[in-house]
Design a protein around this ligand. Sequence first.
Ligand code: MOS
Length: 715
Amino acid sequence: MKTAIDKTMPSSAEGMGRVDGRLKVTGAAKYSAEYTPAGLTYGVLVGSTITKGSITAIDTKAASKAPGVLAIITHLNAPKVPGDQPGKDNKAGDKGALKVFYDDKICYNGQPVAIVIADTFERAQFAASLVKAEYKAEKHMTNLPDNKDKGFAPRGEGGYKRGTEDAWKTAPFKLEQEYIVPTVTHNPMELHAIIARWDADDKLSVWDKTQGVKDTQQDLARLFKLPVQNVQVHSQFVGGAFGSALRTWPHEVAAILAAKVAKRPVKVVLSRADMFTSVGYRPFTWQKMGIGATADGKLTGITHEAAGQTSTYEDFTEGPTGVSQNLYACPNVNTKYNIVPLDIATPTWMRGPGEATGSFALESALDELSYQLKIDPVELRVRNYAEKDPDSGKPFSSKFLKEAYELGANHIGWKNRKAEPGLVKENGWYVGYGMGSGMFGAYRDRATIKAVMKADGTLLLQSAVSDIGPGTGTAMVLIAAEQMKLPAEKIRFELGDSSLPNAPTQGGSATTASVGSAVYKACADLKEKFQKLVGNGGTDNPDYPKILKEHNLASLDVTTETDGGNGMQTYAMNSWSVHFVKVLVNAATGVVKIDKVACVADCGRIISPKTARSQVIGGAIGGLGMALMEESVIDHRYGSYINNNFADYHVPVNADIPQIDALFVNKPDPVINPMGAKGMAEIALIGMAAAVANAVYNASGKRVRELPITPDKVM
Ligand code: MOS
């Protein structure tokens, strides 16, 4: 598994492109579905057409006689997954991941009830259409707003209280409002896909879309009761993942079972429609904010309630109320978070999980309050600026959010914003400005790097980490180039394979901080090893090939592990962001056009400016999609999604997106790691939806509290 260096990339840090950019744009990069192991066969899943109940009969006769069909698996003939504990089932009270083909129970519409394996994809798909299941349907429940009071506080997520409960109620300026974030589905360009191959009865190889090859390896070893080293996971290129590939899903287990039964490698690629039921989503969440302030804009109380959906068989939790606990210096805060089991598949994390949802409510409510108070929204935030962590009282490792406010306000032309909504109309369009802020924990985890200096003066770095899109290989090469004083072209970073040294799953915006720390330390260790060889004659800029030659060495290597650091003991560590948008709202139709966007991130030192900019733009577009168009709609009569395709599920396209300017405070965090780099993935999205809603109000006077902000809601 090699990530080749693009020889044409400029080597100055400022302009350096992705080390794998050429491979990606020429199609040479191979994604999980693109491997062709000998004897490859194709698996197609058959989904339940009811939403809740049980399978009473399943007829596979016609399908098994169809051309090219090798095997069909249902709950009636599926081999046991040894890690699915006997005696455990999908019933409430015994919760966990859906056990595929385990029993006759149906927990959601589209749940796999069979997999058909054939010698070509088309034949498998045709045969799958011939599988006929009969069901006993029970009354289902898929509607969150109607059932929001039927939830419970998930374990470890009880209520939060600081100071006095419901203090906002006695404030001279206050409001109470409800906000809705609908289900938003993971739709990365690359569909989820897996190829599973059994190399022996106890040896498994998979080419799998995953954000963490090591976690997937562990998980599959546990499920199939295999020694960990007997499971190989390859995921060299990932065509976008925003949380959907953080865990193992039923289609992966189904493919592995299929390969076992067919005794051939099996490929399963989800269809776009399957993506809506198979790999999680941002859960539909109802929120209620109570917020109060004094006349001079000092927050006196925040009450934040949230109810988010989960499945009946598994408790999914995220932290939508966390932002209300931590973003502002408010003495009295109480929050309550419930999850509501519905007859749907389990949700999962999606970029800025919890915070993206919570910040829509908090940052909208704060904006609403600013109009009551007649205080500029930026000024209102500055008046409630948290100089230390409001919850723990710990100092921040770094926080330059005020600088970010200033940078963004200047960039968008905030001074042109009118304090009264609906005042500026140009050519039939109302013009308005809005802003919203975001925060996300700055994490760092254990990671190992093997660094090998070769006789030709090239440096090889190895790590199991995935690159789901941010340009991890590029950032790691830049860290090593600076440390080793080598041109980037001489450095190669291998990733995405479970046989490589340990790395955390790419998630939680922590990769640069975690794996980057290991790269940094491995380079220092390797340099030291060279300096020891040279003795007193060592310099800070060693001629590595010359030293190797003089000592008759073909190469010199180190394997270095770094831990998660201990900053969290003393400091509260977060990345911060603010989004400013200028919107146009059509006075006749309610159509919202984004005119200008400025996103400012305080995420420590920027390691790789070009990919950092790209990552912020990507996150901003995700936020604009959430604000204006993304919504997975269930027809509750049937419990199934009705817009599970790209014609009906709208994501932003080029025509929807103006120039987005990514700005960075670019001040190193002195605590998190030697590079001073904090995470930026999640904060690029968190706060954006509120910024748009706030701009729409400033333009038109219409407050939309239910995403997405479609024309019907603006009119
Ligand atoms: Mo991210 S939601 O940790 O992929």
